[in-house]
Design a protein around this ligand. Structure first.
Ligand SMILES: Cc1ncc(COP(=O)(O)O)c(C=O)c1O
Length: 374
């Protein structure tokens, strides 16, 4: 049987990983400035994570959400403590798209409305409502196109208010820093303005933190820099450090009832253990502090690259924008310097999404390689 051919693959086969490095079968080492698409937060095969998962698997790996799961409850408490998001409830699922799908569905249940506002260049996942709220017609099938979504320019509050006035809107979904779209971020005035408008028009504000959450920007969530209180916060990627985990945090204004949401796999014993281990390491190794320090170091090093047009993003969710397409540069970094980087919708932008554990020496390696190739 062949694999359904939807991914253009690099000819690299990692068989082992450790910290910020990947290794192929002959032991060739690759520096990971991509984190498998912002997923690796505490570093590959972190010993605390491996031990926690191994120990848990010896006891019980899975049972459904029909029974008590104290690990999931402990995780909810730890999340509240570390994220600073007080009084939210946690609902767990298994991916970023599923988190956003549940967020949008919940917003629709809560408001009894159906239309969504999303923003130009957004990416929210590939399932039904989230792909419809994703600004990429190529991945929206006719089935998904039946959803009602209004795409508006990021940063334009007037167009948001005009849309809210014109028709019933169940949710505004926003990435505070756009990931796949190319690292654009608007102003605090804009994000706070969205919050005010959502309250005025009884609309649910959904912060998509699937990529930017779990410490990646140096804050636990990217929206925290703007002092927001979203009604729903979606999470995934760094949450499980590779274990497929997603979730939403739900403001107490939105009430639960039996059967409203559900999932077979979400929050199972292994998934909750993986996320708890991530939180433990984030805290014990002060990784958000490391993100801020490494980000400052990276931003300083950027000054040595005169060819750079613009540095975008914050924390360790960064974009290097040039005035030429970067595909061949990224290939050279990978094949000639053994360095993984990320792409985006913007063909001129290299995305930097390393494990949150990187150190100065790794950043030096990256800039040495970049200087040689430019
Ligand atoms: C901001 C954002 N939301 C949602 C998703 C979808 O997550 P998943 O691929 O886990 O379904 C992604 C994935 O890249 C993302 O970057």
């Amino acid at each position: 049987m062949s694999l359904f051919d939807v991914y253009p693959l690099f000819d690299v086969t990692p068989v082992k990983a450790d910290g910020v490095f990947l290794y192929d079968a002959v032991g060739k080492e690759y520096l990971d400035f991509y984190g498998g698409h912002a997923v690796i937060s505490i570093g590959h095969s972190h010993p605390v994570y491996v031990k926690a998962l191994t120990d848990q698997l010896q006891k019980i790996g899975f049972y459904s959400n029909a029974v008590q799961n104290p690990i999931q409850s402990k995780l909810a408490d730890r999340l509240e403590q570390l994220s600073g998001c007080k009084d939210y409830d946690l609902f767990m699922c298994s991916s970023g798209a599923e988190a956003n799908e549940n967020a949008l569905k919940l917003a629709s249940f809560h408001t009894n409305k159906a239309t969504v506002i999303a923003f130009n260049n957004s990416f929210h996942g590939r399932t039904s409502a989230c792909v419809a709220a994703t600004d990429n017609p190529k991945i929206i099938a006719p089935l998904n196109a039946q959803q009602q979504v209004r795409f508006l320019p990021l940063g334009n509050l007037e167009s948001v208010e005009a849309t809210l006035k014109a028709e019933p809107i169940c949710a505004i979904i926003i990435e505070c820093i756009q990931g796949v779209g190319g690292l654009d971020e608007s102003t605090t005035d804009f994000y706070k303005g969205l919050e005010t408008l959502c309250n005025k028009y009884s609309t649910v504000l959904i912060a998509d933190e699937v990529q930017s959450g779990f410490g990646r920007t140096g804050d636990f969530f990217a929206f925290q820099k703007h002092g927001l209180n979203p009604h729903i916060i979606s999470m995934a990627k760094g949450m499980g450090n590779g274990f497929p985990v997603g979730g939403i945090l739900i403001h107490p204004l939105i009430k639960a009832s039996y059967g409203l949401l559900g999932t077979t796999f979400g929050g199972n014993h292994l998934a909750s253990t993986a996320t708890l281990a991530v939180l433990d390491v984030l805290e014990s190794e002060k990784l958000m502090q490391n993100v801020n320090e490494m980000s400052a170091y990276f931003i300083d090093k950027v000054k040595t690259i005169p060819q750079l047009k613009r540095l975008k993003g914050r924390g360790l969710m960064l974009g290097l924008e040039f005035d030429f397409p970067v595909a061949s540069l990224r290939k050279k970094l990978l094949f000639d310097h053994s360095l993984f980087t990320g792409s985006s919708k913007n063909p001129n932008l290299i995305r930097i999404l390393p494990p949150l554990t990187i150190q100065r020496e790794h950043i030096d390696t990256f800039f040495n390689a970049l200087e040689q190739e430019l």
